[in-house]
Design a protein around this ligand. Structure first.
Ligand code: FAD
Length: 513
């Protein structure tokens, strides 16, 4: 079965494929428009690749990898595994870019569906007019970087992003998709009008279930994504703070401003970094070079505000500069540390890819990534910061620590996404890479021990912190994570994937249990 969902604007269309007898037939007798790579008939490299992910800490070998070229390929596979019933342990994981951290897109002895091969029938654009804004419909396996390039040909672009664009649409929509635009437009899951989902069953709230649903309810084969006019250029600005309260007060003021806001608000913590401003100089210009020269960061914990203002070709340089000046004028950063850069919109959005290429050259990209992402309510951010930045992560040098607030009012409550219970909450991301030969602060062991301390802190004192891209080992922990949403999440699982064949790598539900 596969079905189309539309809610508000979403029209549901259920297409029934002819049921086929599968229990007594081997999957190898099926014909696919794409290709199925089995343990027996292909070299192990294909399955080995599907057993890896960006985290490089978890490796589960599948029995087969399907490269679908049509929705019916995905549907056939889901139907087949369902037909085996609960006696079989075979499960199915959709894999987008495989940039999960702990095996979430893996299926031990199961089937991995490599969604990147599902490109048919290309992207469909609606340029606006006739009611409703512009949108694009893309395959669930499409990478966001391709969505950006294709949309720009029409002068358009999606509104809400992740920091890194070489991720799949289905993968980020299964999680949330949060970046510096989320305060204004909400996460990516709230900028989707319609989904096509392959599932074993159908119901009107499947659309909401799938968004942020950790791959538990169906496989996203198409998504209709809201677009806006694409800016041409970006003023990209960084400035430092030494006082945490001043830093967060400015961030919160920026995300709360109704008009004339920046288009992107993020920030990061700087711990133990010497010569910091010198590093920035390769891509940013100091507003006051002499004062910037005198600033020394050694040994201090600093907080960097990172904001961006988009502009189009029609905007004059003067008017953009004036607007930026006005927006900056109310802020209380250390005046000598204001750095501004002007880059193309694409270079701005694709900025992490530039870092990726540099790290790849040095052999520092394919390392274990014991990342930890937390959503922290505003009321707890000071307690958290004092403990975490003040003592726990003092030694850490590798990888950024992001921190920025978002407005909960931009998050729809019906999706599966779990937010803290406060109007403003912070995304805090510890994005460390473990250096294998290191036995010091950057060793995997050390970073994991640090993460454990941060998680212990998070669950103490009723801080109300939630994990983003969550990972837990027990059902109790998942129940606690979902909190008041657990009953709905479980009900939806029973409705849409009662045998628990989907996304076993999330380890929430187990087939046959
Ligand atoms: P995968 O790892 O392939 O899959 C993730 C989960 O979704 C799995 O459970 C999988 O089974 C399921 N899934 C995949 N495709 C589908 C589908 N079509 N239908 C149903 N389920 C599916 N996240 C942010 O929010 N903001 C950021 O700024 C951000 N930056 C990042 C930067 C880097 C360098 C990396 C590596 C990750 C970043 N992430 C960020 C996290 C990222 O959004 C998630 O890891 C996401 O899952 C990656 O997408 P993917 O295509 O690799 O998904």
């Amino acid at each position: 079965f596969f079905c189309f969902f539309e809610q508000t604007l979403l029209l549901m269309l259920l297409l029934l494929l002819a049921a086929f007898e599968i229990q007594d037939r081997s999957i190898s007798t099926f014909t696919f428009d794409g290709h199925l790579s089995f343990e027996d008939d292909d070299d192990d490299a294909v399955r080995a690749a599907a057993a890896e992910d960006f985290g490089r800490r978890c490796r589960r070998m599948p029995s087969a990898v399907l490269y679908p070229e049509s929705v019916s390929d995905v549907s056939k596979m889901v139907k087949y595994v369902y037909g085996l019933g609960s006696a079989s342990e075979l499960a199915v994981a959709a894999r987008g870019r495989g940039h999960s951290l702990q095996g979430q897109a893996q299926a031990h002895n199961g089937v991995v569906i490599d969604m990147q091969s599902l490109r048919l029938p290309g992207m469909i654009f609606h340029l606006g007019g006739g009611g409703g804004g512009p949108w694009v419909e893309v395959s669930g396996g499409e990478l966001w970087i391709n969505v950006l390039h294709r949309s720009r040909k029409h002068g358009l672009a999606p509104r809400s992003w992740t920091d890194y664009l070489h991720l799949s649409v289905g993968g980020t929509l299964s999680n949330g998709g949060i970046s510096g635009q989320a305060f204004l437009h909400g996460p990516q899951i709230d900028n989707v009008h319609r989904l096509q989902v392959v599932t074993e069953t159908e119901n009107k709230d499947l659309f909401e279930a799938v968004l942020g649903g950790l791959g538990q309810f169906g496989i996203i084969t198409r998504a209709r994504i809201a677009l806006e006019p694409a800016p041409r250029k970006v003023k990209w600005i960084r400035a430092l703070y030494s006082d945490f309260s001043t830093f967060t007060a400015d961030q919160e003021a920026l995300i709360s401003s109704e008009n004339d806001a920046f288009d992107y608000v993020e920030g990061f913590v700087i711990i133990n970094r010497t010569g910091l401003l010198n590093n920035w100089r390769s891509s940013f210009n100091p507003r006051d070079p002499v004062l910037a020269e005198e600033f020394t960061s050694e040994g201090k914990i600093l907080y960097c505000l990172e904001v961006a203002k988009y502009f189009s070709q029609e905007d004059s340089d003067h008017s953009v500069d004036q607007e930026v000046e006005t927006l900056l004028s109310g802020l209380n950063y250390i005046k000598s540390t204001l750095f501004i850069s002007e880059v193309s919109y694409v270079d701005f959005l694709d900025r992490v890819h530039f870092s990726e290429m540099k790290l790849r050259e040095k052999g520092l990209w394919d390392l274990p990534h014991p990342w930890l992402n937390l959503l922290i309510p505003r009321k707890s951010i000071h307690t958290f910061a004092q403990e975490a930045f003040g003592s726990i992560v003092k030694e850490t040098t590798s990888g950024p620590v992001l921190i920025y607030p978002v407005n909960k009012s931009r998050w729809r409550n019906q999706t599966s996404f779990v937010t803290p219970e406060e109007d403003i909450f912070y995304m805090v991301a510890f994005l460390s890479s473990a250096v294998p030969s290191s036995n010091g602060s950057d060793s995997l062991e050390n970073i994991l021990a640090r993460n454990k301390r941060i998680l212990a802190l998070s669950s103490s004192h009723n801080l109300g912190i939630k994990q983003y891209l969550p990972h837990y080992s027990t059902r109790e922990e998942w129940e606690t994570h979902f909190g008041t949403k657990w009953d709905v999440f479980r009900r939806r699982k029973m409705a849409y994937d009662p045998l628990a064949i989907l996304a076993p790598g999330q380890r929430i539900f187990q087939k046959g249990h």
